[in-house]
Design a protein around this ligand. Sequence first.
Ligand SMILES: Nc1nc2c(ncn2[C@@H]2O[C@H](COP(=O)(O)OP(=O)(O)OP(=O)(O)O)[C@@H](O)[C@H]2O)c(=O)[nH]1
Ligand SMILES: [Mg+2]
Length: 202
Amino acid sequence: MEAGRLLFAAPCRFVHAAQRLDQVPPVAGPEVAFAGRSNVGKSSLLNALTGRRALARASAEPGRTRQLNFFDLGGRLTLVDMPGYGFATAAKSVKADWQGLMFDYLRGRPTLRRVLLLLDSRIEFKPSDAAVMELLDRAAVGFQLVLTKADGAAPGFLERKRREAARLARRHPAAHHAVLLTSSRTGAGIAELRAALAGLAA
Ligand SMILES: Nc1nc2c(ncn2[C@@H]2O[C@H](COP(=O)(O)OP(=O)(O)OP(=O)(O)O)[C@@H](O)[C@H]2O)c(=O)[nH]1
Ligand SMILES: [Mg+2]
């Protein structure tokens, strides 16, 4: 916990945005990417972890993040805010663009230490989530399930979702077995997630 607190007490700064794979910065230190459906709370979680309200742009409008946004955390860890998938109302061509970029990046990034795959704890998991887990299995990219918006569901429902996510994690070879329950709004689970990420930092 202390290692996590220290890591995230370091300054975090935006370094780069990539719209295409050839704009992705050269590999440097360890990276952790935030992935998940549109609106699941990726940008908000990044802000909560770094204790900055508007480092990453969050919005109630799904499809807010349309590029890979790279943030440097104290020179020890790169955090990557990704565009969401499963967002149906965007123009098809645009959608293919940024979702394609997301998958290409996930498959081909040697310094990617872990993908945080975010799932909304208030709703049912979707086929697109299962598809991404399979892709990560096939690409042998380690991922960890993180339930978001834990402030928005009753305790009994949350516990059921946590168990369901833990079952999914056990079924997927690339999944980390620990499932985290978080809320960017209340700060629940944030210290635990910081601690988990401290284990991956340089
Ligand atoms: N209740 C609650 N709402 C949240 C939480 N985290 C994010 N939200 C809300 O969910 C919406 C989407 O948040 P974002 O962080 O922009 O989601 P995103 O996954 O980055 O979305 P895209 O960039 O569009 O893929 C916003 O209206 C946030 O205020 C949370 O912990 N609790
Ligand atoms: Mg976003």
